[in-house]
Design a protein around this ligand. Structure first.
Ligand SMILES: *Cc1c(COP(=O)(O)O)cnc(C)c1O
Length: 454
């Protein structure tokens, strides 16, 4: 029998795969840790062979050696970078997405999946107060979301100029020092410049700084967009979105909001107000794989006017004419991509099952734990809180510690399998940063980390 035939051995493998997947969903996630390539080579060796290993052996290779060489991002004490804490429901549905051979590239192929994805996007658009016609698609991550939005922004600026002779020598995007690294990465890919605007004493980008950065641009450079960050990755601060929106409008600039991490805070009544002005954005990204409990990889990209994004992104070719001739809603038109899986479906299913109120409550839970953690840090003599958390990032210092001491402490926590926390840099000095996006993280988990710093 061929490898595309469902036979007895496939059936046996199916049972093993389901059993393993279900066990993993049910259990407390293991912490595990990175393993060196030599050690993996010794344990696993060459897995791709002419004859194949067979299902049982290949699965055992994964479960016994490869999986334990991966850290579970949903561990409640994984608080480095931005973790991912998917709901069991979302993870279960990911199995169905994988099993169903779904393409959500075009409406023609994936209308049912795209209909559901669009409702999930609509929930985020509504939280942000975006207009009825707003829409977009799910992309793999915030990096692709930022790039695609900025490409649409520049395309719009070019179209507005009309005459190619009227184009500036250099295009530029205005962003703060706190903007995510993917913004400058997108600028490099697009061969545009970044006009860096300083943040104020609250570590937020303000309208005045944006206006000054535009005014101070080099001769021959024109700005086409400004990026506001609603939840900086390092400290979780939210830029003054209302002020930035006004400056963007006054200068006819595209206003992009990067809410990859923090956009989920829109769903929490206690933090909704810090996003004021977000409703004026031309584009917005929010990563459900960060703080909205979806598995990787899932980032929402939403445009105020999807038609302009479509002009920028639709690919043209003879083999695509039959699709482009239709007036359907094709997710492929709204980002730098073509073929795509319906990566928004696990998120949609979980939202549909649990309802939006559960999402608000789960985000609030993480905010409460973060605030309790801030109080704990403040009351601990050997720690210094860097700032009251705006969202769910808790940044502080261990008095007197050097970068080496932070590093050694972080390594030892992971070695014990007790937590994953890595140092960061704030104002040029090492600091600790806990990112709490997992509703299973309790104040006791933070207390254990604080204790280990004594
Ligand atoms: C994480 C992050 C990104 C990049 O998102 P990926 O999904 O990792 O590509 C962009 N912007 C901000 C603010 C982020 O926190």
């Amino acid at each position: 029998m061929g490898m595309h035939d469902y036979d007895e051995s496939t059936d046996e493998l199916a049972r093993s795969v389901f059993e393993y997947a279900l066990d993993r969903i049910r259990m407390e996630p293991p912490m595990d840790g990175p393993v060196g390539v030599e050690q993996l080579t010794e344990a696993v060796g060459q897995t791709i062979t002419a004859e194949g290993l067979g299902g049982t052996a290949a699965l055992a290779t994964f479960t016994d050696h490869l999986a334990p060489a991966c850290i579970s991002v949903d561990h409640p004490r994984y608080m480095a970078w931005v973790p991912c804490a998917p709901t069991d429901t979302a993870v279960l549905f990911d199995l169905i997405v994988g099993a169903s051979a779904l393409s959500a590239t075009w409406w023609f192929d994936g209308s049912g999946a795209i209909y559901a994805e669009n409702q999930a996007l609509r929930w985020i658009s509504d939280l942000a107060g975006m207009p009825e016609q707003a829409g977009g698609c799910f992309v793999p991550g915030g990096t692709m979301g930022n790039l695609s939005a900025l490409v649409a922004a520049r395309d719009t600026a070019i179209r507005r100029r009309g005459d190619p002779d009227k184009r500036p020598a250099r295009w530029a995007v205005v962003a703060s020092e706190g903007a995510h690294s993917s913004v400058s990465s997108a600028a490099r890919v697009m061969d545009v410049d970044v006009l860096l605007a300083p943040t104020d004493s609250d570590r937020r980008l303000r309208g005045g700084a944006v206006a000054e950065a535009i005014a101070a641009r080099p001769e021959g450079t024109e700005a086409f967009a400004v990026v506001g960050t609603s939840g900086t990755t390092n400290l979780g601060t939210v830029d003054a979105l209302d002020e930035i929106a006004s400056v963007a409008a006054a200068n006819s600039l595209w206003f992009h909001v990067d809410g990859a991490y923090g956009g989920a805070g829109l769903a929490a009544p206690s933090t909704r107000h810090v996003f004021e002005g977000i409703e004026h954005c031309d584009s917005l990204i929010v990563d459900p794989h960060k703080w909205l409990f979806a598995p990787y990889d899932c980032a929402a990209l939403i445009y105020r006017d999807p038609a302009v994004a479509r002009l920028a992104h639709t690919q043209q070719a003879g083999y695509l004419d039959s699709i482009n001739e239709r007036s359907d809603w094709n997710p492929s038109d709204y980002a730098h991509h073509l073929s795509r899986r319906p990566r928004g479906l696990p998120f949609w299913f979980s939202l549909a099952v649990h309802g939006t109120r559960s999402y608000s409550e789960a985000v609030e839970k993480t905010l409460t734990v973060t605030r309790e953690g801030a109080a704990l840090v403040e009351s601990t003599p050997y720690l210094e809180l860097i700032m009251e958390p705006t969202l769910s990032i808790l940044a502080f210092r261990r008095n007197g510690w050097t970068a080496e001491e932070y590093g050694a402490w972080s390594d030892s926590l992971l070695e014990e399998g007790s937590a994953l926390v890595v140092p960061t840099t704030v104002d040029g000095a090492p600091a600790l940063r806990l990112c709490i996006v997992n509703p299973r993280t309790e104040i006791d988990d933070l207390a254990a980390i604080v204790e280990s710093l004594a």
